[in-house]
Design a protein around this ligand. Structure first.
Ligand SMILES: [Zn+2]
Length: 137
């Protein structure tokens, strides 16, 4: 049945936009996001495997953006943070649904998949990952 394979195909085409897929070196146990083909630590090429992060992590550092690019002005001010994932890799992402005054270094966060920007002229909307407070931690 052709339609049964449609959904996985779409997800595979945009893996990093809807899932936090990186790689893990099975030789030294280091995780990478975005994924790498070669481990910079031990130079392993053959034991790099795909790894999907839970996305749980903490705020390592952050900045409050008051003057965003034009297509994000509706969202200003917003918080742009460096998130350290539980497994170790760091990535930059927006922190949403939290007052910028309440964001703290070390705050536990989890990913949410939301609209990233909207092009007012064309109505084009980009989706991707953002992070929000993980209240269960
Ligand atoms: Zn390695």
């Amino acid at each position: 049945m052709p339609h049964r394979s449609t959904v996985p195909g779409v997800w595979r085409r945009y893996p990093q936009r809807y899932r936090l897929v990186g790689s893990k070196c099975e030789t030294c146990g280091t995780y990478y996001f975005p994924p790498r083909d070669v481990c910079p630590k031990c130079r392993t090429k053959t034991k790099m495997v795909e790894y999907e992060f839970s996305g749980k992590g903490t705020v390592e550092s952050f900045t409050v953006v008051h003057t965003p690019p034009d297509n994000m002005e509706k969202q200003a001010p917003y918080v742009l943070a460096i998130i350290k994932l539980e497994e170790g890799p760091m990535l930059t992402a927006q922190v949403i649904d939290v007052d910028p005054k309440d964001v703290r270094i070390g705050m536990p966060v989890k990913p949410v998949f939301r609209k990233i920007s909207e092009d007012g002229e064309s109505g084009l909307i980009s989706y991707g990952y953002k992070f929000t407070l993980d209240e269960k931690s």
